[in-house]
Design a protein around this ligand. Structure first.
Ligand code: AMP
Length: 223
């Protein structure tokens, strides 16, 4: 199974990609994780990427092509993969198509995790961690009792640096202008499948599995 998960930041791609990886035994390839590891290692790539990532912008297509072709050459990707966070521009989608064509391993499907922008903004801006228990909460969606339990235990609701409204707004704007064209790219090739990403983690996993099991216009999805 060779698939791409598409969706805005906060749509749940990472969570669902991990679940698919465990179930199907194929790697989740998250370009965000690869870049964060490069930043942590202090490599030249990491130094270049850090400023761009902190600003909520995209790392160049050229750098991303190098990263993804190296990663897809590793043996664990030979039997399939789940791409999470790549491609993020139309150019990256074209580069990926050419790369996979050369390998004789075309993509089976691109699944769009569709979610309302208002829900998305609330998911991201409302996210807090309880300073006392470490529990992940959301000021808009968590049950009142869970939020009160944290406060009564003497905890504070702490917001992550990159969940601030300004950075989120920038990332969503970049998604709209640069990544949304990728949806049309896969639709034109008959590879796009869309699922409703608003729901519990289990509900969304079920929808995702159903979308992958459904017969497509291209080749089958047998891994
Ligand atoms: P993510 O964890 O997927 O949200 O990625 C975090 C950040 O890494 C993004 O905001 C971008 O700055 C950068 N990044 C990840 N994947 C890509 C990509 N395919 N193309 C360009 N930049 C990327």
């Amino acid at each position: 199974m060779r698939i791409v998960l598409l969706g805005a930041p906060g749509s749940g791609k990472g969570t669902q990609a991990k679940r698919l990886m465990e179930k199907h035994g194929i790697p989740q390839i998250s370009t965000g994780d690869i870049l964060r590891a490069a930043v942590a290692s202090g490599s030249e790539l990491g130094r270049k990427a850090k400023a761009v990532m902190d600003a909520g912008q995209l790392v160049s297509d050229e750098i991303m092509l190098g990263i993804i072709s190296e990663r897809l050459d590793q043996p664990d990707a030979a039997n399939g993969f789940i791409l999470d966070g790549f491609p993020r521009t139309e150019q990256q989608a074209q580069d990926l198509e050419a790369l996979l064509e050369r390998k004789g391993q075309p993509l089976d499907a691109a699944v769009l995790m569709d979610i309302d922008f208002d829900v998305l903004t609330k998911r991201l801006t409302g996210r807090r961690t309880c300073s006392k228990t470490g529990k992940l909460l959301n000021i808009y969606f968590s049950p009142k009792e869970e939020i009160e339990a944290c406060l009564q235990a003497g905890g504070e609701l702490v917001q992550r640096e990159d969940d601030r409204e300004e950075t989120i707004a920038k990332r969503l704007e970049v998604y709209r202008s640069q990544t949304e064209p990728v949806i049309a790219f896969y639709r034109a090739r008959g590879k796009l499948r869309t699922i409703d990403a608003d729901g519990s983690m289990d509900e969304v996993t079920e929808r995702l599995e159903a979308a992958l099991a459904a017969p497509g216009r291209g080749s089958g999805l047998g891994s």
